[in-house]
Design a protein around this ligand. Structure first.
Ligand code: ZN
Ligand code: ZN
Length: 458
């Protein structure tokens, strides 16, 4: 039974719910209810939202100035309510200053060693990175490092007795740390292969003593060095489909911190199973695809019960676009951002959308909603092709209304607030009052969203 009804059907609706005994409060002929018997679904849980910013996009100019660009945005992002920053890969890749970092060569060259054609990385020098970290920490941002573990790139050619051929598996980084040989790549003495390879890159074996040491066991290994010396608070693990979830689980056990996997798949069961096996959160690819189907595919019912936010919200990092996948249309992105800012899960904002694509005032408004209103469990009040309404049951909670009709729409919905004046925090619609049973008639403009909550917040 939906907790929503069209205005014209309200009397009929009251009769139906009364007959079914869904409400303790009866509905009289004029629609009023018994104040004493209203039972709110409100929960005590308050908003506690972290807001993640992905601080880069795929083709950031290879000029070695990006750390300074990020630095220049910190005050603005802080005032917007961003709490954590996902930085691009900090270490030197095979293509030096041209590398986006996903071809890792030397995990300890942060732009201070002359190798692979440059001293600086694409994003700048080690000094500029350190300066960014100091400035970000002074503003209490949590820092998430992008960790690429599936594969390596840029090694020298050497013969492997396992594959009986030569391959680029000899790594002698200038940092002097984490030398690797064919024994550390598949096939080797331990494994013919693991869960996946990426292109033709040498596929790291995460189970040799050398690799385990340098990934997460040694105090001066990648995990603990990034944590203790670079002051990272967490990890975005790249391409986790390419290796066992036990690797991330072991890293998290040894190093700790925020953990987010890039398990790029629309199948929520696969993503959720990975989260459980890796003891890690993950980006909510299933939700991103559901939002694309809903907003671009013009069927909002595609949102209902979709995404990792429905299966495992505490470990869901929601997003609309990232450096790899930017498929939701510009026209639909405001609705998609509104959805992740009222829904469960931890939202990640894509740099390009925030700085160069969308209306920043409206995004800031949505961040405020996430941090101040959107708490507690989720109840879908209406799921249909052109309209979708959800209610968050925490304190204060929120009712969000999505409409992809061209024209304005109104619905009578069940709130958790009796006799309360509600405000649409987007500013698009007039205040409305709930009655003694918590019912209110809310409105949403054509091709838009509205976000209702008590006007007076405690
Ligand atoms: Zn292996
Ligand atoms: Zn692999």
């Amino acid at each position: 039974m939906s907790a929503v009804t069209k205005l014209a059907n309200s009397t009929f609706y009251c009769l139906i719910v009364a007959v079914l005994g869904l409400f303790h409060s009866g509905c009289s002929k004029d629609g009023s209810s018994d104040t004493e018997q209203f039972v709110s679904s409100a929960e005590a849980v308050r908003p506690d939202a972290q807001i993640l910013m992905q601080t880069f996009y795929w083709d950031v100019k290879p000029e070695g100035t990006w750390w300074d660009t990020i630095s220049s945005k910190l005050d603005s992002w802080k005032s917007s309510g961003v709490t954590a920053l996902w930085l691009p890969v900090v270490s030197k890749g095979q293509s030096g200053i041209h590398s986006m970092g996903y071809d890792p060569y030397d995990y300890f060259d942060f732009g201070q060693y002359d190798q692979h054609g440059s001293i600086e990385t694409r994003f700048g020098s080690f000094a500029e990175l350190k300066s960014l970290i100091v400035r970000a920490k002074a503003r209490n941002f949590k820092l998430i490092a992008d960790i690429v573990l599936n594969h390596n790139s840029g090694g020298d050619l050497e013969y492997s007795p396992y594959s009986k051929k030569s391959y680029w598996t000899r790594f002698s980084p200038r940092s002097g740390k984490f030398f690797r040989s064919f024994e550390d790549f598949h096939p080797n003495a331990l494994h013919a292969n693991d869960e996946g390879v990426f292109a033709e890159f040498p596929d790291l074996c995460h189970h040799t003593e050398n690799v385990k040491d340098w990934l997460y066991n040694r105090p001066d290994g990648i995990g603990k060095y990034y944590r203790d010396s670079l002051q990272f608070d967490g990890w975005r693990f790249d391409y986790v489909k390419g290796f066992s979830p036990s690797v991330v689980k072991s890293w998290n056990a040894a190093v700790g911190g925020i953990s987010i996997g890039e398990y790029w798949d629309g199948d929520v069961n696969l993503v959720n199973n990975w989260c459980k096996a890796a003891n890690s959160a993950a980006f909510d690819f299933p939700l991103m695809y559901a939002m694309k189907a809903a907003f671009d595919g013009l069927n909002l019912a595609e949102l209902q019960s979709k995404g990792l936010i429905a299966a495992n919200p505490a470990q869901a990092y929601t997003f609309v676009a990232n450096h790899d996948v930017d498929e939701i249309s510009v026209a639909s992105k405001p609705l998609a951002y509104a959805y992740i800012m009222v829904a469960e899960g931890t939202p990640c904002i894509f740099y390009k959308d925030f700085e160069a694509g969308l209306d920043k005032v409206k995004l800031n408004q949505l961040i405020w909603v996430k941090k101040n209103l959107a708490a507690g469990s989720t109840k879908t009040l209406l799921s249909s092709q052109y309209e979708y309404i959800l209610r968050r049951n925490g304190t204060p909670g929120v009712i969000a209304y999505f409409n992809i009709n061209n024209s304005d729409v109104s619905r009578r919905v069940q709130s958790n607030w009796a006799n309360t004046l509600l405000k649409d925090y987007t500013g698009a619609n007039a205040d409305v009052s709930t009655d003694a049973s918590g019912m209110a008639t809310i409105t949403c403009k054509g091709k838009s969203y509205a976000v209702y909550a008590p006007k007076e917040l405690n």
